[in-house]
Ligand binder design. Structure first.
Ligand code: COI
Length: 355
């Protein structure tokens, strides 16, 4: 690359070297913001196309206080993980799917979006430039956060005159502080996450602020996270704050359909494919909260969360418990997925991009 910031990175070895981040305590990684070395940015627009992407040193960004994203929430996020294989290669999981999802979200939020190629290029550049922040095999991942925002000023409600696409990164371990301990979910009945015709089906930045109140309340009560119900009947399972939900009964795996209010998770979609391949029956259908009384297992999926076992769900004061631990379907599906993502299991579906 002719980019000077990237050139700085070229001499770095492609394999993990203990000395490069010798003071980094990988084991202590949770899911928090860690400043890394570089970020990649691109601006828009002339005729709806993003141009002039480049790497710069990681740092704060400056906007007008009138920026559309700050005032009216015109923004879309993505999130994908880069893993380090035993041989030192970096592995990206289904970046094309993330690029496509950003494109869909951008359309909903009336924003131009980078092309699939531009998106993947930005993610690769960010991963390579921050290679020393990719944890050693088995110790975590480098989480890449692509962000598409209305950066130009507005006052009347309308689309921004300028957009910025940024990708930056943070090394991550477990999403939940409790690590791999099964989750205890609290069924939220007052607040809803999404509604028909809204933006629940895209990764709008505006989807996450509104879940904080219920999340903090549930955590104060000792729960790991919130399980949302549908806004109309307050009866059907929707999703958790940052992950999709699945139930298992016998040989049948069920998950709510992505018909507008549910985020179409890439992990969700991958787990469905893996489960079908392993001979499970998979149903995408509405799941009544009352069906939890009969479920054998419940689990959550997400890029950040991974595949997380749910030990209990509390609904109107009743705690339903599910099978967790060794020999569960959740564990089999999770380890198959992680195997593919970390290069330990053959990638028959061509989900991995080696960089
Ligand atoms: C992800 O799973 O990657 C997400 O983006 C969820 C999140 C808001 C942390």
């Amino acid at each position: 690359s002719s980019n000077p910031a990237f050139a700085l990175q070229q001499p770095r070895k492609a394999s993990y070297n203990e000395d490069e981040n010798g003071d980094m305590e990988w084991k202590k990684l949770g899911f928090g913001p860690v400043s890394t070395d570089f970020m990649y940015s691109m601006k828009c627009c002339e005729d709806g196309k993003f141009v002039q992407g480049n790497l710069t040193h990681y740092g704060n960004i400056e906007f007008s206080p009138f920026a559309a994203v700050l005032n009216y929430g015109q923004g879309i996020i993505e999130g994908l993980k880069v893993n380090r294989k035993e041989d030192g290669r970096l592995l990206l999981f289904r970046p094309d799917q993330h690029a496509l999802r950003m494109k869909m979200g951008a359309q909903r939020m009336c924003m131009p979006s980078p092309s699939i190629h531009q998106f993947i290029h930005a993610v690769k550049q960010t991963a390579l430039a921050n290679i020393r922040w990719v944890p050693p095999p088995g110790k975590g991942s480098l989480y890449i956060r692509p962000l598409l925002i209305g950066s130009g000023p507005v006052l009347g409600v309308g689309p921004a005159p300028e957009y910025m696409f940024l990708t930056y990164a943070s090394p991550v371990g477990n999403y939940f502080k409790q690590g791999k301990t099964p989750l205890s979910l609290y069924v939220e009945e007052e607040e809803v996450r999404a509604f028909s015709g809204g933006v629940g089906g895209v990764k709008s930045v505006s989807n996450y602020g509104p879940v904080l109140k219920a999340l903090v309340r549930a955590k104060t009560l000792g729960f790991s996270d919130v399980l949302y119900l549908d806004s109309v009947n307050k009866k059907y399972l929707e999703e958790v704050s940052a992950s999709n939900i699945f139930t298992l009964k016998g040989n049948v795996i069920s998950t709510p359909p992505t018909s507008g209010t549910i985020l179409p998770g890439i992990t969700r979609k991958s787990i469905i494919e893996i489960a079908l391949g392993l001979g499970f029956q998979v149903e995408e259908r509405s799941i009544s909260v009352h069906e939890l009384t009969e479920a054998d297992e419940v689990f959550c999926t997400g890029t950040a969360v991974g595949v997380a076992a749910v030990g209990s769900v509390t609904y109107r004061g009743t705690r339903f418990e599910f099978k967790v631990g060794e020999n569960t379907v959740c564990q089999a599906l999770g380890s198959t997925l992680v195997g593919i993502q970390t290069g330990l299991t053959e990638d028959k579906k061509e989900w991995i991009i080696n960089i």
